[in-house]
Design a protein around this ligand. Structure first.
Ligand code: BJ8
Length: 433
């Protein structure tokens, strides 16, 4: 660690506070991730990404920066990483998933705000996140109210470009606005990097990023097997960490992991027994190291087989069409793909309901946990429609609202136990009838 202190100092970080952050995370990783039984060997690489996230990866980024590359920090799946990559810049994720900086954010922001926003903002004002510190530009988006107001405050600390996201992208005015916003962001990136985004470069980045999404989808599809060859925690971890890694390298490492899992499937091996309850999580994203719900559910013997979230299927289930060679064609393809991510900030958001229904069937789920980060109104209210939908399909649903603290762990555990018992009783009744 000592050799990285100079690097962190050069980024303007608070060394003492940062040290306390690292100390607080290590035992947690051990307890939740590395102590799991029967982990795939190829998870070693992704564990090393976690271990090196504040050291080796930051050193790589600092070297790239010294060689003239720019770093763009993003908070949302709507930030078009294809444009960032085509401009020769590197995109990193800034969504906070740790409780550590929340208290500091609350010295400025209201307490009744989503923990993801408070955690991200707390990292910035506490100077404890090297990704914030190394970013040359932040890109935000007008999705939820909390985020868009916090971007105004962040802009006072770091240059922040905010994209206006149409909330009904299916209308022609929605598409026109989206295209305009993509063009403005493209100009911003060109002026930041001094590089022109050509159709050729954009096409190349579309293929590059499609390939990473395809690798993640391959991993996700393997979880359709009964039993799943990988735990929910490990699959979530791969999604969480690969977005900050070099794109080609993480793509090939995900494929290597998939090969190992395919062997497990061929041999009928899984991480749980065949009879473990299969659960889907739907709702707010889980930024690293938010493994709370997965940890509770899997410690109780359930198998989390799919996450309908931005740290799951919403990231990799749609690709950008690489057809067409002109800038107009490729920008239109970006509009198509980004309008198809069904975030609860859209209204109406029927595509998400359809997606939940399809995933429940394809992944053979026995029950669904609707997960909402505290004070995330869009996902919370949309939970009403999900409840109605799943009731009609006779799929049990549990609604869980939580933050990043460990205070409600016992309560969630009790509720989940009761939920799982109820599903098991129902399944037994069905099998006996
Ligand atoms: S595309 S889900 S990453 S906005 S910050 S909405 S949890 S109250 S993160 Fe999101 Fe983009 Fe949508 Fe995905 Fe709720 Fe919190 Fe807002 Fe949040």
């Amino acid at each position: 660690m000592g050799s990285y202190v100079e690097l962190w100092k050069s980024l303007g970080m608070d060394i003492e506070k940062h040290d306390a952050l690292l100390q607080s995370q290590r035992p947690f990783f051990k307890e939740v991730v590395s102590s799991q039984k029967n982990r795939p060997k190829k998870m070693e690489y992704f564990d090393s990404l976690v271990a090196g996230s504040h050291t080796t990866r930051i050193k790589d980024l600092a070297n790239l920066k010294a060689a003239g590359n720019k770093i763009v920090g993003a908070f949302c799946l709507y930030a078009p990483e294809e444009l960032v990559t085509a401009a020769g810049a590197i995109m990193v994720g800034l969504c906070g998933g740790a409780n550590f900086p929340v208290w500091e954010a609350e010295t400025v922001l209201p307490r009744n705000l989503c923990p993801l926003i408070k955690s991200s903002f707390g990292f910035k004002i506490g100077y404890t996140c090297p990704y914030f510190q190394i970013s040359d530009l932040l890109v935000g988006e007008t999705t939820c109210d909390g985020k868009k107001k916090v971007y105004e405050l962040l802009n006072e600390l770091s240059p922040t470009h905010v994209m206006e996201i149409p909330h009904n992208p299916d209308t022609s005015q929605g598409r026109t606005l989206w295209l305009k916003e993509l063009e403005l962001f493209k100009q911003q990136l060109e002026s930041l990097t001094g590089n022109k985004i050509t159709a050729e470069k954009l096409k190349e980045s579309i293929e590059l990023i499609n390939n990473r999404r395809k690798a993640l989808k391959r991993l996700s599809d393997l979880r359709k097997n009964v039993p799943s060859p990988i735990s929910g925690i490990d699959a979530l971890l791969v999604n969480q960490v690969s977005c900050d890694d070099n794109i080609q390298r993480s793509t090939s490492k995900i494929h290597e992991l998939c090969e190992e899992l395919e062997d497990r499937v061929k041999n009928g091996e899984g991480v749980t027994s065949k009879n473990a309850l299969r659960l889907m999580i739907t709702g707010s994203p889980m930024a690293i190291p938010n493994w709370k719900l997965h940890h509770i559910a899997e410690s109780l013997g359930a198998s989390i087989v799919v996450e309908e979230s931005c740290s799951g299927t919403r990231y990799f289930n749609q690709f950008v069409s690489p057809k067409g060679n002109s800038m107009d064609d490729l920008m239109a393809a970006l509009v198509d793909r980004y309008s198809a991510i069904p975030c609860a900030c859209f209204t109406p958001n029927n595509a998400r309901l359809q997606s939940i229904s399809d995933l429940a069937k394809d992944f053979h789920v026995d029950g669904v946990i609707n997960y909402t980060l505290q004070f995330c109104h869009t996902f919370n209210v949309e939970g009403v429609k999900i409840e109605t939908l799943l009731k009609k399909q006779n799929i049990p649903l549990l609604r869980v609202e939580s933050d990043y603290s460990q205070e409600d762990t016992g309560q969630i555990q009790t509720r989940l136990e009761a939920f799982m018992e109820m599903i098991s009783a129902k399944t037994a009744r069905r099998d006996n009838s």
